[in-house]
Design a protein around this ligand. Structure first.
Ligand code: NAD
Length: 359
């Protein structure tokens, strides 16, 4: 058994279809919150308003934008201060949770999170804000929501394409948890189950968006994925996605979907668990094949070209990825390796799990 350090964030989880409507008031009461600020997007605002009917709401901030811009946080903090908010109710996807976290970081307010996608941010201590093209990230227990209500019914309005991309984003948290810097036997266990649950539920949720079984499985998988990510941290895959999203404005979840089989194939020779645990959980012999078949089955994008990267962007992308500290990847990565991964992903070539040795 390898030595490890594992810190579990203190977060109360309530899971079940209809739980947001049924249990939200009680959960808010448990925290003793009396003046809630709702954080949401225009699209999820009507849902938030419905859930908020029995709650002590003092204001609603529906100006959430992708990547949590600092000026958005400034406006939300000003509103929360003016309204005298004593807690935050976040209703929405990863961008909404991320905005609530950034407010909480500045104002030390507790968060109750009601996630409506599969991003998993609601159980991690990771926060991030952007200023122009500059992204700042950090970890703090202060941003972890006190309570998360996972209600599969609230995810039924997610369109099929977003369902596919968001769930593959969760899948990426699970796969990368096997070799990210904080990987340990507990995150292995959680991530293996996350892969199995997501792979089983995803085709059902895409085929039948209002089906409870598929939606419940995916939301449970999202919780497992967020938990694995919280413990293990991020590695090569997340670092490449971060660069591509920031420099070329590629959509977050879709970038994860396309890139994941390529990075997993690259690392498979150096991380036996990708073959012995992840591949079987996908019902496949090798991890890249399993991920690609799943992506094809749900109609997810298969190439970076499909989501906006051009051949001419390749050199800049390679240079920017190499500016990151990649020394903690289990297999050596230099210029030729990054170029190989990105070129395969650009055109959607089936990644070769056996591309090169184990060094
Ligand atoms: P998102 O939150 O940006 O949401 C995308 C769109 O979907 C928005 O327009 C939103 O209004 C809409 N939407 C959300 N739920 C819906 C629903 N149920 N029905 C219909 N529309 C809905 O996207 P995301 O993929 O959830 O989150 C991505 C962000 O989360 C990225 O910025 C990423 O960096 C961050 N993230 C952070 C962590 C972390 O630990 N800090 C983990 C994962 C992701």
């Amino acid at each position: 058994m390898r030595d490890f350090t594992y810190e579990t964030p203190a977060v109360r989880i309530v899971f079940g279809t209809g739980c947001a409507e049924r249990a939200l008031a009680e959960e808010i009461g448990r925290l003793g919150a009396r003046r809630l600020l709702i954080v949401t997007t225009p699209r999820t605002a009507p849902l938030a308003a419905t859930l908020a009917k029995p709650l002590p709401i003092v204001a609603t901030f529906d100006g959430v934008r992708p990547h949590v811009p600092v000026d958005t946080v400034d406006r939300a903090v000003a509103l929360a201060t003016r309204a005298g908010a004593d807690a935050l109710l976040s209703v929405g996807g990863g961008s909404t949770t991320g905005t609530a976290k950034a407010i909480a970081l500045r104002m030390s307010l507790p968060i109750v999170a009601v996630p409506t996608t599969y991003a998993g941010s609601e159980v991690t201590p990771v926060w991030g804000t952007t200023e122009g093209a500059r992204k700042t990230t950090g970890r703090s227990p202060a941003v972890v929501p006190k309570t998360v209500l996972y209600d599969p019914a609230l995810t039924m309005t997610l369109p099929a394409a977003m369902t596919a991309a968001s769930a593959m984003n969760a899948m990426a948290h699970c796969v990368e948890a096997f070799y990210a810097p904080g990987a340990n036997p507990i995150t292995d266990l959680v991530a293996t189950e996350g892969v199995r649950v997501i792979a089983g539920a995803l085709p059902a949720a895409v085929a039948d968006p209002a089906g409870v079984a598929g939606r419940s499985g995916l939301l449970y998988g999202a919780y497992l994925a967020g938990s694995a990510f919280a413990g293990a941290g991020s590695g090569l895959h997340h670092k490449i996605c971060h660069v591509l999203g920031g420099a070329f404005d590629l959509p977050h979840a879709e970038t994860h979907t396309v890139l994941l089989p390529h990075v997993a194939a690259f690392n498979e020779s150096a991380v036996p668990a990708l073959r012995t645990r992840v591949a079987p959980a996908l019902g496949a012999d090798d991890v890249a094949g399993g991920l690609n078949r799943l992506a094809a089955r749900i109609g997810a994008p298969m190439s970076l070209a499909q989501i906006g990267l051009a051949e001419d962007d390749l050199d800049v992308a390679v240079r920017l990825v190499l500016e990151k500290d990649l020394s903690d990847n289990p297999r050596h990565v230099g210029e030729p390796e990054i170029r190989g991964i990105l070129r395969d992903a650009l055109y959607g070539g089936f990644p070769a799990a056996t591309r090169g040795g184990s060094g």
